[in-house]
Design a protein around this ligand. Structure first.
Ligand SMILES: [Zn+2]
Length: 110
């Protein structure tokens, strides 16, 4: 893997339309396990992931595209952190994945 390669993942929280969009350069399942441990109340499920180049840039662009859907500043009841990568997205998984793919194409062309 190139140093810019990685995975963008979408985690969903079954009790809401909140989705977490993040990236990792390790195994997606390992990252999921960490999130499930640090923030158990969200009961995260791995919805999708996409392997891509320029993964950090892609994540940044995807977050920017979804900026208006970003959850307001809050404190996580589990880990007490303010998660900036949470979005209220009542859309299908395919729609979400399409936006990430689009962000990736943008990241590669910029
Ligand atoms: Zn948390």
């Amino acid at each position: 893997m190139d140093s810019s390669d990685g995975y963008i993942y979408i985690l969903s929280s079954p009790s809401s339309h909140v989705k977490k969009i993040g990236f990792t350069q390790r195994k997606v399942t390992v990252r999921l396990k960490e999130w499930r441990k640090s923030c158990p109340s969200m009961d995260y499920k791995l919805q999708s992931w996409l392997m891509c180049r320029q993964v950090k840039k892609t994540e940044r662009l995807a977050h920017r595209i979804f900026a208006k859907k970003r959850l307001a500043r809050h404190t996580c009841i589990d880990c007490k952190k303010h998660h900036r990568e949470l979005f209220l997205l009542p859309i299908t998984n395919d729609a979400c994945l399409s936006v990430i793919l689009w962000a990736n194409l943008l990241a590669l062309s910029l």
